[in-house]
Design a protein around this ligand. Structure first.
Ligand SMILES: C[S@@+](CC[C@H](N)C(=O)[O-])C[C@H]1O[C@@H](n2cnc3c(N)ncnc32)[C@H](O)[C@@H]1O
Length: 247
């Protein structure tokens, strides 16, 4: 299964994900009665947004982190009768019944190495004519943060992500059976308060996979050293936005 997340701290942070979620919801055409998959739903912020847009519909909320899903259940208490909460790896055959009418995802796909397997798994659950509308980190994402990590470690940064580009993504979507494919890269830097806010954001959202591999005592000095090497308290995001239709 994918790594665990500190879901409580995640929800306490000033997340640029709020804007990414709103922007992605605005790109998804809905009638209000569909069944929609929120792929990598995390703590359910956009699952709630989807429920608002689906007064007669349902959401299948899939994530690989138990703690993120526990936080989602807390957030959506009272609305869970229209949510199927599924703990699963998105690259594996998805363990829920039937098809969905649309797939939605924010800030999740760059955590997954194998986009060919991911798109095949999603296409297997999306009805013909259904829309895939997603965003995640794309080619060039957090290059300055990765350079700071490499500098701190005194060599190449460990390869946690392989941020996909537009052309390779178009090819993988076509191979998985998608048409009407639109893919774009959007630079979208996010600024934080220097010091505690930036460091907490880096530790919880950006550097978690690096920290998982470190001894406890090494973690805080590592985050501080990375933050100190950034020219500005900015995470240099580049977003990969996808819209496509299941053939
Ligand atoms: C940065 S969080 C984004 C969560 C939420 N969509 C948001 O915008 O706040 C990335 C999420 O993707 C999930 N994830 C990463 N790899 C996954 C995989 N292979 N299968 C399922 N979920 C995965 C993580 O557990 C995490 O909750």
């Amino acid at each position: 299964m994918p790594r665990e997340w500190d879901a409580k701290t995640y929800d306490s942070l000033p997340l640029p994900h709020l804007g990414w979620g709103r922007r992605t919801l605005a790109r998804l055409p809905l009638e209000g009665d569909e069944r929609v998959l929120d792929a990598g739903c995390g703590t359910g912020r956009d699952t709630a947004g989807l429920l608002d847009l689906l007064p007669r519909g349902r959401v299948v909320a899939v994530d690989g982190s138990v703690r993120m899903l526990d936080q989602l259940r807390e957030r959506l208490a009272g609305r869970l009768e229209r949510v199927e909460v599924v703990h699963a790896d998105l690259t594996r055959p998805l363990p829920f019944d039937g098809e969905v009418d649309a797939v939605f995802s924010v800030a999740a796909f760059h955590w997954i190495d194998d986009h060919a397997a991911l798109f095949a798994s999603l296409a297997g659950r999306l009805c013909p004519g259904g829309r895939l509308v997603t965003e995640c980190g794309g080619r060039g994402n957090i290059a300055a943060v990765n350079a700071a990590v490499a500098d701190v470690l005194g060599g190449d940064a460990p390869e946690v992500w392989d941020f996909a580009g537009a052309a390779d993504t178009r090819e993988r979507l076509a191979a998985a059976g998608f048409t009407d494919v639109e893919v774009g890269l959007r630079p979208d830097p996010a600024r934080f308060e220097p010091g505690e806010q930036l460091e907490s954001y880096l530790a919880t959202v950006v550097l978690g996979a690096h920290l998982d591999a470190m001894a406890d005592d090494d973690r805080e000095p590592f985050v501080k050293a990375v933050a100190a090497r950034l020219a500005e308290p900015v995470v240099d995001y580049v977003r990969l936005e996808i819209s496509a239709t299941r053939a």
